[in-house]
Design a protein around this ligand. Sequence first.
Ligand SMILES: Nc1ncnc2c1ncn2[C@@H]1O[C@H](COP(=O)(O)OP(=O)(O)OP(=O)(O)O)[C@@H](O)[C@H]1O
Ligand SMILES: [Mg+2]
Length: 449
Amino acid sequence: MPQRAEIILVDDEEALCTAAEKILAKEGYRVTSLNTAADGLAKFERAGADLLITDLMLPDLEGIQVLKRAKEIRPTVEVIVITGHGTVEKAVEAMRLGAYDFLAKPFDPDVLQLTIARAYRLAELQAENRRLRALQQPDALGQLITRDPEMMRIARTIDRVAASNATVMLLGESGTGKEVLAQGLHAASKRSGRFVAINCAAIPENLLESELFGYERGAFTGAAKTTPGKIETAHEGTLMLDEIGDLPLALQAKLLRFLEQRTIERLGARSEIAVDVRVVCATHQDLKSLIAQGRFREDLYYRLAEIVVTIPPLRQRVGDAVLLAHAFLRRFAQEQRRSGLALSDDALRAIEQHPWPGNVRELLNAIKRAVIMCEGERLTPDDIGLPTPAETNPGERSDIDLRTVRESAERQAILAALARSNENIVKAAEMLGISRPTLYDLMRRLAIR
Ligand SMILES: Nc1ncnc2c1ncn2[C@@H]1O[C@H](COP(=O)(O)OP(=O)(O)OP(=O)(O)O)[C@@H](O)[C@H]1O
Ligand SMILES: [Mg+2]
């Protein structure tokens, strides 16, 4: 029994509405009837509904237009049209435009019940389908390749906050995996809608507003048809605002308004649409300094920064560069059907020593290119585009090795102590048996934030 099904019925015949309401209420549906297309659509935009039933002959607008508008507002809604005498052709057109079924006047109560029950069942099945599809999306966090304690802590944080609606801010240098984590957050959230990303830096300022908020037909020259914006497209899903630091101030105000009210108004529209999206934003810029320069709104910052995740650059992750290099090599070697390929010892050392300013993306591209270019079975530093690490004489090497070993042991212990103490420096120093200034000193030297 569809207990909570919400139906909007648009028909100018008062008697028909009353009769249909009565029949459907008995079946457990909640019906709101409205007598004009304008009222019906306004209610639908505001509150949504599982089903929309509309007469094809309305005083203010053709039912066909109501169908089109409703599908624009929520492409997933099922619409049933009501046909009177002489509108059978219109009913056929309505079906062609995506109406689920039609009802001929006067209704037979049984036919009405049956048609509604089937349409509602279909709407339910489709919603279930979308939910299952979202579940099946490969778990992006599972694809995150890392062995670094800080990155693993971040993956756990993402997993934990996924189910909430909290806005997440991902900070990190270019190529550190902000988009990978944003997609992981969406997958783990099990939200039924889509993951939609928009890069605020890549779209010219004058187009960005309509990209985000959408526009009505005729809102400006060239607006040939009503188009929903990215925010609306992400309804019931996740919206990633990439390079948020590049959002122009005027749009920052509009975005803040959306985050506070959770409704949008398309350009040229007279009504608001409620949108349910989880927002993730990302930037490689220092937002605090943009705020100090007056280029980023502080109030928007606090709206967006409900949960802040700072992704460490690749050079600060323990062992990740080599781990990722092996994984990318496997992936690309398979793609290129060159399964015998391996990394030479020199290449491994070169990868470890390189600071990777372009982070994971730079490493990924380097390995991809190397797999295509390499002639032998062993990738050399040259194939990867890195200098061959200088040969060290035996005496020097053991010294360097000891230092490397000690530094890596110190780093592991400090990271573990910070994790166990929940980043409490006093407690971490206690666990490590050193003073607080010494810990700060070591952290600075080992580039641990
Ligand atoms: N830990 C990881 N494991 C596997 N692949 C990764 C990892 N991190 C990043 N990648 C891959 O590296 C590339 C760059 O990652 P991504 O696009 O998420 O970076 P970004 O932080 O969004 O960069 P930018 O700031 O330049 O947009 C992608 O192809 C991504 O799949
Ligand atoms: Mg990105």
